[in-house]
Design a protein around this ligand. Sequence first.
Ligand SMILES: Cc1ncc(COP(=O)(O)O)c(C=O)c1O
Length: 412
Amino acid sequence: MPKLAARMSRARPSAIMAVADKAKQLKAAGRDIVNFSIGVPNFLPGEHVYAAVREALARDSGQYGSNRGADALLDAFLVHLEGSGLGGYTRRNVATAIGAKHVLYNLAEALLDPGDTMAFAVPYWTTYVDIAEIVDAKMRLMPCPASQNYKLTPDQLDRALPGAKLFLFNNPCNPTGMVYTRDEIAALADVLVKHPDTWIVCDDIYNRMVFDGIGYHNFVNARPELRDRVIQVDSISKSYGMPGWRVGFVAGPENVAQAFVTLNSNHITNLPEIVTAAAVAALTGPQTITEHKCAEFQARRDQVHAAMNAIPGVVCPRPQGAFYVFPDVSCAFGKRHGGHVIASDVDLCNALLDAEGVACVPGSAFGDPNALRISYTCPPAQLADGLARFRRFFADLDASGHIEATAARAAG
Ligand SMILES: Cc1ncc(COP(=O)(O)O)c(C=O)c1O
C-alpha cells in the first residue's frame, strides 16, 4: 500500500479537541460535566446578521467569487483596521480565508520554506506548532512563564530574532489572556526595527476583547516603519460569536495579500456568498453584542481570577483580554487525589474530569506543563459551579502522595 506523505507523521490532531471530545463523551454517557475546555464564545450573532443572510439567500448567484474576497467584505475589514489606527491600507493589502487558522496556514505556505525558523512565545496557541511541523519549519521558542506574567520581554525577543524568518505574536493571547500595554508594544516594536529580515505576524483575533480600558495596540502604530513587514491576522470567530462561519482576514504588504489570492485560487477558491454577507453584516452592523460580551467577560475574568488566587499554591496572573485564564497549578504535582498521584498537568486534568466532571486543557498543549487553561464562556451558573468543584478538587488533594511521587521520579 502506498504511504502517506512524510508531513502527515509530523501533523497531530488538536490537543484541545481531544479534551473537549472526552468531555462530550462523558456528558453523552450521563455525567454532569462543566466544560472549561473549548475556546468558543458561546453566543450567537445579532439578528442583523441573520437578516443579511436571508437577504443574500434571496439573491444568491451561486457562482464562484473573488479569490481575494468580495469587495464589500474587504472594505468592511479596511474600516475595522482604520478604527484600530491601521489606516492607509487598500483592497490590495488585504485578503480573506476560511478563518484565522486558514490565514495562518496560508501565511506559513507563503512565507516559510522548509527549514526556515519561526519564533514565538511560550505559552502559545497549539496550532502554531502544528502548522510549523506540517510546513517543516524550525521553531524558536521563547519561554514566558507565570513569573513574568506570561509576557515576552524585549530582551528575549532581541535574542531570539537573529536568523528567524518569521516572528509570530499573539495579542491578546490564547491561552493566557494576557494583553500587551501601549508601552510594552512600543518596547517590542523598538526591538523589531533592529531585525529587518524577519516577518512579523500578529495574530490579534481577540483585539475586540480587551478589558480594563488598556486598549488594543499594535506594532505599526508604535513604529510605522514596520508596516512593510507586519502582517495582521483577524477573524469574526470570537468577537461576533461566529466560529463556525469560518471567515478570517489578513492585512499586510501587497505581495503577501497577493499570495493569498494565488493560494486561495488553488484550494478554497472563495468564501461562499452567504457567509460573506453574514461577515459584512457582523463587521458593519451594530457592535453592541460584542461590546456587551466584552464587558461580561471582564466580569467573569474577575470571578475566575479571584477563585484561582483563593486556592493556596495556585499562581494566576491576571488576564486582560480574550476569555481564558491560565493558572500555574504546579503546586498540585506530586500530591494525591482519590488514590491517584498527580504527576503532571495531564494527570491533573484527567483527575479533575474524572472526579469533579470539570474539563480543562492541560498547559502542555500550549507548551507550559505547569499550568492549565480555563475557558470561561460557559453559562454563568455553570461557571460558579465549575469553580466550586475546582476549589473542592484542590482542597481534597492529599500531600501524603508527595514524597512517594518525588521518590518515584527520582528512581525513574
Ligand atoms: C490565537 C488564535 N488564533 C487563531 C485562532 C483561529 O481562529 P479561527 O476560528 O478564525 O480559525 C484561534 C482559535 O481558537 C486562536 O485562539
